[in-house]
Write a protein that binds this ligand. Structure first.
Ligand SMILES: [Zn+2]
Length: 349
């Protein structure tokens, strides 16, 4: 605590105003508001230029990534924060019953049969906790499904209509300020916990992007064999939330001059965890149905052979065997998705 005080002072003195990109609901506990604001001040106070082509591509930047452009990127995508026990259903209201949406009827496919925790989750002593949720994006998609424009009545801020995923309303989750024993990110006041929370803001900011089937840049269920198998905690895209959050934590950790070696290591584990959730290829469903068909044909060939029955001329068993050998491991590779947001994006007030 004592060690941190001078840093907070430097941040608030040197960069006052520059990082007030978030409007926080007035019922968020003051200590939490202070932590989030000091995280943003910390980013505003950093000054780095990183040449990382992949990260630039992920953020849609031309040229290197700088601390100030990172903050600008964030400010376009996240605008409001509500507390962790905020009752979304109670605060939601209908702004316009019949609303004309851009790309009408085109909605993202939601992953089915997922385990019930979806956002930026961490495994803490085998318990998966929600860190933060982009409820603005969720509300936008829900409204679009209904054909009505929904909004949220935010304490101390008022009514905010969800006209785009870019409305940028975040809800604090129980995991945001929790000490994470599993991966050694400890005290919420520590610098590594702060940089880690910034990574979470970048993750959530990406959910404010996308259009049509990509709106919200939603997660997929992690595949079998993955540490988070069955949870909607993976991306099948190269510029999704886990890429953004992972790259952000990597750059912030590597640029951190006051982090200890163990804090840098803790951050390294965090970004590796994020990158491990970017699934680079998945089995091609069409290919696998083709494989199933070939397998049935091959089995038939085997039955013909075993029973010494003449094989009909139209069945080329040799060709089928060759096709089965070639059809193995057919996959679809992850792409950079079109992150351009849809809807009406309100200018910052
Ligand atoms: Zn997410």
């Amino acid at each position: 605590m004592l060690k941190l005080l001078p840093l907070l002072l430097i941040s608030s003195v040197s960069f006052a105003g520059s990082a007030s990109i978030l409007k926080m609901a007035d019922d968020i506990p003051k200590d939490q508001q202070t932590l989030i604001q000091s995280d943003l001040n910390r980013l505003a106070g950093m000054s780095f230029v990183v040449s990382d082509e992949k990260f630039s591509k992920v953020l849609d930047f031309n040229g290197p990534v700088r601390s100030d452009t990172m903050l600008g990127w964030l400010s376009e995508r996240i605008k409001y924060v509500v507390r962790s026990d905020f009752a979304v259903a109670k605060a939601a209201y209908i702004e316009n019953e019949r609303y004309e949406y851009q790309n009408p009827r085109i909605l993202p496919t939601l992953p089915d049969n997922v385990k019930p925790v979806d956002e930026a989750s961490v495994a803490d002593d085998k318990k998966v906790m929600t860190v933060m949720t982009n409820i603005g994006g969720v509300l936008y998609i829900a409204g679009k499904q209904m054909g009505s424009l929904l909004g949220l009545n935010i304490p101390g801020i008022g009514k905010v209509p969800s006209t785009s995923p870019r409305v940028g309303i975040l809800q604090i989750g129980p995991g945001l300020f929790a000490a994470r024993r599993g991966d050694k990110v400890g005290d919420p006041q520590s610098i590594d916990a702060s940089l880690n929370r910034l990574g979470t803001l970048f993750h959530e900011a990406r959910h404010s992007d996308g259009n049509g089937a990509n709106v919200g840049m939603l997660h997929i269920a992690c595949p079998a064999g993955h540490a988070y198998a069955g949870y909607a905690a993976c991306d099948f895209s190269l510029n999704g939330s886990y890429s953004v959050g992972g790259h952000a934590i990597k750059v912030l950790g590597e640029s951190c001059t006051s982090c200890t070696v163990s804090q840098k290591e803790a951050l390294r584990l965090r970004y590796l965890d994020s990158f491990s959730r970017v699934i680079s290829e998945i089995p091609d469903k069409n290919a696998s149905s083709q494989e199933k068909y070939l397998k049935v044909m091959a089995d038939s060939c085997e039955i013909f052979r075993r029973n010494k029955v003449e094989i009909p001329k139209e069945i080329d068993c040799k060709k089928i065997d060759a096709q089965i050998a070639g059809a193995k491991h057919q996959t679809i590779k992850a792409q950079y998705l079109d992150s351009k947001p849809e809807g009406f994006v309100e200018k910052r007030r």
